[in-house]
Design a protein around this ligand. Structure first.
Ligand code: FAD
Ligand code: NAI
Length: 475
């Protein structure tokens, strides 16, 4: 195997492995280094997303939703289920299989695209504009060289001071995806994306879930109307969300964890939980990279400092994904990876931060792109809003899932779509139409005049666009 590369990518998560594939497609001799190990010590590329993030969480969300449908939802369809049981070991096993399929898929893609894969930790030895030496510490230690380096080392879960993750009682996302017995009482600190997704999984499987959130508002970054609707629906399902709490001492006992906190009124409480998930955000991961050794600059929050093009302060060293500023999303990491590979090739790679979609995979799902109503107000933008409830959508009725709505925000003068917000069934899929529309700078009338299949959930999108001009047809 050649040891001198045009491009070396450190980190094989969605940012890194996609950057490596795109660089190879563009004709560069490319290597990708990733240190993630599977339970046998073998390579498991795909990063947080594949191993302990997007993929396993969605596998468990799907399985737990099936379980909930079978226990509560099927009866309405005239399907009677007797003797329903939960085989958690099998459910977790399926999740692990899905993860492995994705790990293997990436290894296959590396082969197919002639990307050299190194299993181990990559760190800078030395270098300048003429090239870099990178040490790979794996089963053996070796040094490779690169003209360009793309750092895509991702992020780690943030722990609360004094409550380090033991992954037995105090769990990060890693432990939260592998609980082997449904906890009777589950505590979740942080009502963000992970808290709501993982809280939903374990609630559906039978846990009594208490979510403790520091902020006084639920999902503050989400459009207020959508967040309120989501809060109502999730609370009705039994997710107990406490806002405005202040967390005090956390003590792990032998088989349970106690959490002292004050509520929004200032009253003191102690929660006793069988397990505690702490999901209060993530921190960039630059451990073991020897960034300081080569003078790679970090910003004040520990992210690798980059410009709008993902260039670092070092010549020919780039950084993408969770380890740099911007939303911590797999698709953002991927887009940056592609753009950087194209920039190395002299092309004009581009990531449009205004059209990066967000999805929270609760049930109903929450998805959005562009500005929220509160952002438009704060920016003094004149806008029109149109909403359409799934309650009035034929397909949603047939599905038996009529919760939520689609909401359009369009410029008051030009009608250009400024934001689309959805809480409802399959919001994760529906949001793509809005992303495409916004990329093409479409107006709400453009969507309103497009023929949408009937009956489909996407008709709710069309109707919300019609509602911007107060001419929804079915509501
Ligand atoms: P990572 O995926 O973290 O990959 C970094 C890789 O680099 C890892 O494999 C790591 O081992 C390796 N590495 C680090 N340092 C070195 C080194 N020195 N040498 C070699 N290898 C190294 N995002 C979504 O868009 N949709 C979702 O549904 C979603 N769900 C999530 C659910 C959970 C529970 C979590 C925790 C996250 C979720 N995310 C989701 C976020 C998503 O996982 C991240 O945004 C994404 O993984 C970032 O990709 P990345 O390539 O930047 O980093
Ligand atoms: P988050 O940023 O989404 O939510 C963290 C929450 O914890 C916030 O609401 C915050 O106010 C709260 N918090 C912070 N400190 C606290 C404290 N001391 N006490 C109580 N509450 C506190 O972070 P999360 O859920 O850990 O997820 C990390 C990131 O991973 C997400 O921001 C997202 O980028 C990514 N992710 C994406 C998913 C998706 O796209 N579907 C799914 C899961 C994660």
């Amino acid at each position: 195997m050649s040891k001198n590369f045009d491009v070396v990518v450190i980190g094989g998560g969605p940012g890194g492995y996609i950057a490596a594939i795109r660089a190879a497609q563009l004709g560069f001799n490319t290597a990708c280094i990733d240190e993630w190990k599977n339970e046998k010590g073998g390579p498991a590329p795909g990063g947080t997303c594949t191993n302990v993030g997007c993929i396993p969480s969605k596998a468990l969300l799907q399985s737990s939703e099936h379980y909930e449908h079978a226990s509560h939802g099927f009866a309405e369809h005239g399907i009677e289920v007797k003797g329903l049981g939960l085989n958690l070991e099998k459910m977790l096993g399926r999740k692990n299989t899905v993860v492995k399929q994705n790990n293997d898929g990436i290894l296959y893609l590396f082969k197919k695209n002639k990307v050299s894969f190194f299993h181990g930790r990559g760190s800078f030895v030395k270098g300048d504009a003429n090239g870099y030496e990178i040490k790979v510490a794996g089963a053996a230690e070796e040094t490779i060289t690169a003209k360009h380096v793309i750092v895509a080392t991702g992020s780690n879960a943030r722990a609360l001071p004094g409550a380090e993750f033991d992954e037995k009682l105090i769990l990060s996302n890693t432990g939260a995806l592998s609980i082997t017995e449904v906890p009777k009482k589950l505590g979740v600190i942080g009502a963000g994306v992970i808290g709501l997704e993982m809280g939903s999984v374990w609630r559906r499987l039978g846990a009594e879930v208490t979510v403790l959130e520091a902020l006084p508002t639920f999902l503050g970054a989400v459009d207020e109307q959508i967040a309120k609707e989501a809060q109502k629906l999730l609370t009705k399902q039994g997710l107990a969300v406490n806002l405005g709490v202040k967390i005090g001492a956390i003590k792990a006992g032998k088989n349970s964890v106690s959490v002292e906190y004050t509520d929004a009124k200032g009253d003191a409480h102690t929660g006793e939980f069988d397990k505690l998930i702490v999901s209060i955000g993530r921190t960039p991961n630059t451990i073991g990279l020897n960034a300081e050794g080569v003078g790679l600059k970090l910003d004040e929050r520990g992210f690798i400092a980059v410009d709008g093009d993902c260039k670092t302060n070092l010549p020919n060293v780039w950084a993408v994904g969770d380890v740099v500023r911007g939303p911590m999303l797999a698709h953002k990491a991927e887009e940056e990876g592609v753009a950087v590979a194209e920039r190395i090739a002299g092309q004009h790679g581009h990531v449009n931060f205004n059209t990066i979609p967000w999805v929270i995979y609760t049930s109903p799902e929450i998805a959005w792109v562009g500005k929220t109503e509160q952002q438009l107000k704060a920016e003094g933008v004149q806008y029109k809003a149109g909403t359409f409830p799934f309650l009035a959508n034929g397909r949603a009725r047939a599905l038996g899932d009529t919760s939520g709505m689609v909401k359009f925000l369009a410029d008051a003068k030009t009608d250009e779509i400024l934001g689309v917000h959805i809480v409802g069934p399959m919001a994760s899929e529906l949001i793509s139409e809005a992303v495409v529309a916004m990329e093409f700078r479409a107006s709400s009338e453009d969507i309103a005049r497009i023929c949408h299949a009937h009956p489909s959930l996407s008709e709710a999108t069309k109707e919300a666009a019609l509602a911007v001009d107060k001419r929804a047809l079915n509501f």
